[in-house]
Design a protein around this ligand. Structure first.
Ligand code: CO
Length: 169
């Protein structure tokens, strides 16, 4: 179950993962993936959204497909590929910003425009405890920033302009 915006866990500063061998970590990641792929428009998810206040988030491989120009297609997510980011730290932002519409599984039915740096570099650990560093741009950079906001108790509606509610939500 994905927590909704009124829940206090979504407003807490999540704790870093201290032990990558803890038995619960793999389980947490698979629960997060299951919750994300259950949602037709789920392209990222942060651990606090399923009630675990830890610095872990996932990004669906769908994001990479969208960035490469393929249209969003929920059926393609049956591949269920995703990237895992643990204890992420953004090391560099581009000065250039971009504005786009965002939504959130924890703020169901609402959409709004958020301005964010267009590119970034992020350091993080994978589920085995190995450290990585990578650049991100486009939707990928946006999702990384949106998910890291979740780890800091921030929701996109805190930053968005022109927030609108879907008629059928
Ligand atoms: Co969200």
């Amino acid at each position: 179950m994905i927590l909704q915006k009124e829940n206090k866990i979504l407003r807490a500063i999540a704790k870093p993962v201290a032990n990558f061998r803890a038995s619960g970590l793999k389980e947490l990641i698979s629960e997060m993936a299951e919750a994300m792929f259950k949602e037709p428009d789920g392209i990222g998810i942060a651990a606090p959204q399923i009630g675990e206040s830890l610095r872990v988030f996932l990004v669906s491989a769908e994001v990479k497909r969208i960035d490469s120009g393929e249209p969003h297609d929920a059926s393609k997510k049956k591949s269920k590929d995703f990237l895992v980011f643990i204890n992420p730290q953004i090391k560099k932002f581009s000065a250039k910003k971009s504005k786009d519409v965002e939504g959130c599984l924890s703020v169901r039915g609402f959409y709004g425009e958020v301005t964010r740096p267009e590119k970034l570099n992020v350091e993080y650990f994978d589920e085995t405890g190995k450290k990585h560093s990578r650049g991100a741009s486009g939707l990928f950079a946006r999702v990384v920033q949106h998910e890291i906001d979740h780890l800091n108790g921030v929701l996109f509606i805190d930053k968005a302009k022109n927030v609108k509610k879907l008629k059928d939500a």
